[in-house]
Design a protein around this ligand. Structure first.
Ligand SMILES: [Zn+2]
Length: 361
């Protein structure tokens, strides 16, 4: 049992720490291919998403499990003559969590460390201290002597991406895991885990586990990968806002760490298919899998794109509640990871042709 939990920790460390902002997901893709390439047929779309196909006892119905490989990050826009990097953000950043943070700049010559620079409070006026510093005023410090040093010695050019630098860490409560990019590497880990475990399970359908690209900038890979698959049912596996921290109310976010897989009842881009949702809840209850309900008035996932594919695809989102989402240090619970894997496996076992026809009736 101990060994198994170490294996999971190592895998989560690897997939959390690997850099892969929107548009630059290739290293995440490689990790997933390393794990699944031998057991699944590997397909792709034309913008970088990877699709792992595992046929069970029958060909179809096609069940799509989608998790996005990209994380929020930065892209170098210009280099100042002093050697500092001005940047645009990739995905949704809140300025308050950016300043003073360490990042990894992915140059053509390799990864180098950087810091998002800020003025010390000592030199700020009382008025200035109250104001939020905007992204436009910020810069990345890579320790370059000047522009030439940044370009020629360090290999930094406009278009070079960067991501948060955070070491995966177990908290004093070892069920709680700190890391960057849980949104949505925890989903990538879950989809990978499900496909590996499906090797020993009978399922009358074809499962397509997908690592999508560019979710954080508009769910782009969800659209293109659904075109490759032609799914009849889709489950987006993602993170959701944890509401169990000071200042948050149940009305803002109801999911709690350790409360089990979060079943989405509403988000800004998807009203989950009602029969599919009820089937998911019934399956969780019957199998005794801890679950909780989740809603998001201010965000969407790949599910929002996939359910509009072709003539429509019954879709739902299953999530792992995450504290401090879209910052350098997210916290998730191992228990929620495990219940999400379990529930998806149970659903896949039951989603045969008859069940899918019932859902569509
Ligand atoms: Zn996400």
């Amino acid at each position: 049992m101990k060994k198994k939990s170490n294996e999971l920790e190592n895998w989560l460390k690897e997939i959390s720490e690997v850099p892969g902002p929107s548009g630059f997901e290739s290293r995440v893709r490689e990790l997933m291919v390393q794990r699944l390439g031998g057991t699944c047929e590997v397909l792709k779309d034309n913008i970088g998403s990877v699709i792992f196909k595992k046929q069970g006892q029958t060909a179809g119905p096609n069940i799509m499990l989608a998790a996005h490989m990209d994380e929020i990050g930065f892209l170098v826009k210009t280099i100042t003559k002093e050697g500092y990097l001005k940047f645009v953000t990739l995905g949704g950043w809140w300025e308050q969590v950016m300043l003073g943070q360490r990042i990894t700049v992915m140059t053509a010559k390799g990864d180098i460390p950087g810091v998002i620079g800020s003025k010390p409070p000592h030199v700020l006026s009382a008025e200035e201290r109250k104001k939020m510093v905007t992204k436009k005023e910020m810069y990345i410090d890579i320790g370059a002597l000047d522009k030439k040093d940044a370009e020629e010695r360090m290999g930094v050019t406009p278009g070079v991406p960067a991501v948060p630098f955070t070491s995966f860490t177990l908290m004093a409560n070892p069920d709680f895991l700190v890391g960057k990019a849980w949104d949505d590497r925890v989903g990538c880990a879950i989809v990978t885990d499900v496909l590996q475990q499906l090797g020993e399970v009978k399922h009358s359908n074809t499962v397509f586990g997908v690592g999508t690209v560019q979710e954080e900038v508009g769910c782009r890979g969800a659209k293109t990968s659904a075109d490759v698959i032609g799914p009849q049912v889709a489950i987006a596996v993602d993170t959701c806002i944890a509401g169990d921290t000071p200042g948050m109310s149940e009305d803002q976010a109801s999911a709690k760490l350790g409360g089990g897989v979060a079943v989405c009842i509403y988000d800004a881009s998807l009203i989950p298919h009602v029969k599919l949702r009820d089937f998911v809840l019934e399956t969780a209850r019957e199998a005794g899998i801890p679950f909780q309900l989740e809603f998001s008035e201010g965000g969407g996932t790949d599910g929002g794109r996939i359910h509009l594919h072709a003539q429509g695809v019954p879709s739902i989102v299953l999530s792992v509640p995450t504290r401090y989402i879209h910052s350098h240090n997210g916290i998730i619970s191992r228990k929620d990871y495990e219940s999400t894997v379990k529930l998806i496996l149970e659903l896949v076992k039951k989603l045969d042709g008859k069940k899918v026809r019932e859902l569509l009736d």
